[in-house]
Design a protein around this ligand. Structure first.
Ligand code: SPV
Ligand code: MG
Length: 288
């Protein structure tokens, strides 16, 4: 299913960020058809910086919760694969075991820094990174969509370098190309797409160029848009607001109408299914 979404330049697809079981369940209920297990959002939810502070096994554990909480295909932000080809293929096989549908690997060096933070974004050697992609492909090709993510524009290397890398990563067996930009307009993404001519489907992350309407992406025959961190940022804003109000008012009466009811929590996680299962499996005297 993810293959059909990410690997098609026919209809534009959307992946919504999830960073835990809760955000995944909410995105599914809202109607999204696929999820992006965001490195930034997962790190933030764990109290880490998006600078390779969370380990690969912490990422895999978070992905397991996301996969279990929904029926949706999950594209996992695998950063650079946490090392060389060997770490990348280990990550890919663990992600496959936990039910991920795909992994995006970026041509950054370990430890990485989030693409939208600071100006130091050293790129991996093209041949070495192509080896990482080939190793993942050889390990998990049939079960995991492999998205090769190009950081050349983020690192300020320009279009020629981005295209050179895109072609090398296509040759290495990537299923799709994620081209990232931190400009506030989509111009550089759109010139990449024009030159690339859809040799492989293109995935974008319009966090910084959020004003561009999606009709522009449809016209450009972009395959997939990732809304990369918006549930995490929404949660920060909502939690800050609630905490401030409770401190100020020493009471929760005024915020009650603006937060989810307990019934919504019970419904989201299907407590009724548990009650039904208890009726079937638990002796009457032990039921809650
Ligand atoms: C993420 O969501 O972790 C991403 C997208 O990789 S970005 O934060 O823009 O690098
Ligand atoms: Mg990331």
């Amino acid at each position: 299913m993810l293959r059909a979404q990410v690997c098609s330049s026919g209809a534009l697809s959307f992946l919504m960020e999830a960073h835990d079981g809760l955000s995944a369940a909410i995105a599914e209920r809202a109607g999204f058809n696929g999820l992006w297990a965001s490195g930034l959002s997962i790190a933030s939810s764990l109290g880490y910086r998006d600078a390779s502070e969370a380990s690969w096994s912490q990422l895999v554990a978070a992905v397991e919760r996301i996969v279990d909480a929904t029926q949706l295909p999950v594209l996992v932000d695998g950063d650079g694969g946490f090392g060389n080809f060997n770490n990348a293929r280990l990550l890919a096989s663990k992600l496959r075991q936990r039910g991920a549908a795909g992994v995006a690997l970026e041509d950054s060096c370990f430890p990485k820094m989030n693409s939208l933070v600071g100006d130091r974004h050293p790129l991996a050697d093209i041949d070495e990174f192509s080896g990482r992609l080939r190793a993942v492909k050889d390990t998990a090709a049939d079960d995991l969509v492999l998205v090769a993510r190009i950081e050349a524009l983020i690192a300020g290397h320009g279009m020629d370098e981005a295209l050179l890398r895109a072609h090398a990563y296509a040759d290495a067996g990537a299923d799709a190309i994620l081209i990232h930009s931190r400009r506030s307009t989509a111009d550089e993404i759109l010139s990449f797409v024009r030159a690339w001519q859809n040799r492989l489907p293109v995935v974008i992350v319009p966090t910084k160029y959020y004003r561009t309407p999606v009709s522009t992406y449809r016209r450009a025959r972009i395959s997939t848009v990732i809304w990369a961190n918006h549930s995490m940022r929404a949660a920060i804003a909502a939690m800050q607001h609630v905490c401030r109000r409770i401190i100020a008012e020493e009471n929760t009466a005024s915020i009650e109408p603006n937060i989810a009811t307990l019934d919504e929590v019970l419904e989201l996680f299907k407590y009724d299914e548990l009650a039904n299962a208890e009726a079937r499996y638990l002796p009457h005297r032990l039921r809650q």
